[in-house]
Design a protein around this ligand. Sequence first.
Ligand code: CP
Length: 325
Amino acid sequence: MSQNLQLTDQGQLKHFLSIEGLPKPLLTNILDHAESFMSLDGKTIKTVPLLRGKTVMTLFFEPSTRTRTTFELAAKRLSANVMNININHSATTKGESLLDMLRNLEAMAVDMFIVRHPESGAPHFMAEQVCPGVSVVNAGDGQHAHPTQAMLDMYTIRAEKGDFSQLKVAIVGDILHSRVARSQIQALHTLGTPDIRVVGPKTLMPNDVSHMPVSVHYDLAQGIADVDVVILLRLQKERMQSALLPSSHEFYQRYGLTPETLKGAHPKAIVMHPGPINRGTEIASEVADGPQSVILKQVRYGLAVRMAVLSMTLSGQQTDKTRGE
Ligand code: CP
C-alpha cells in the first residue's frame, strides 16, 4: 500500500486507507486529537464546526453496526453534511460499476467517501481515482485493513494501560480472515509494543504470519500467559472458503475466553473485542460483561477516534498542493 497516496507532501493525512507506512508521530497525533474530542462527551452541545460546509458520504458494501454509525455520528458532530448510500437500493444492483458510481457521486461535490467493501484494495482504488481535494477513508476492505478500528483499539489500550513500551498483547481467534488483526499488528508494532502474540488454530493463521512482528501460539494458555491485553476476534465464517474448523463448539473448547482461561493472563489484563461478539464461540458472557471487559469503551472511544481521522484528513486535503489542480 502506497504511503504517498495517504499523505500530503507535508506528511499530513489526505486519505486514510491503511496503518501500513504511517509513522509513529502521526498515529500518536490521531490519538491525541481523539483525546481532545473526548471532552465533548459530557457537554450539552456536542458539535464543533470543524467540517461545516463539507459533504461526507458513507458507502457500505458490507453490513456494519458500529463502524457506519460512529462514522456518521462523528461527521455530524463535526457539523458536516452526511449522506448514507444504501447500496442494496442503489444502481449497483443494476450493474453500475464502482468507478461509475464514484464519478456520479463526485459530481455532487462530495468532499469525502467513507467506504467498506468486501474486496481488499477497493478504497485504495477509489483514492487513486477521486479528484484532487476529495478524501477516501477505509472502513474495512476484505481481509486487508480496518485502520480506524485499529486506532480506536490503540486509543483504548493507551487510555487503560498508559504507553505501549512494556506491553504484552495477545490477539486470539481467526487471524487469517481478520483485517482488524492486520491493522492492529501494524499499529501496535509502530507504537512500540515489544510483545505481540497471535493465538489460534493453524488453519486460521495467515500464510505470511512468519513475516509479521508477532510470536505465534496454537495453545490459548501459552498464548495469553501474563499478557496485559487480550484481544478476541470472531470467526469470520462468511469469508471461510472451506471447512477450516471442526465446529464452533470445538473452537470454544480450545480457544474460548472463559473466566477460567482468563486467569492465565495478568490479573489486571483488559479484554477487548472489535465486535460483533459471538457469545459461547470466542468469548463467555461472564467475560464479555465482566469487570475486565472494555468492549463497550472501545465503541465509545471509536467515535472520538473517527472524529479525529475525519477532521485531520480533510484539513490535510486543504493544505495539499494538489488541491484545485
Ligand atoms: N468492529 C466493526 O467493524 O463492527 P461493525 O461490523 O459493526 O462495523
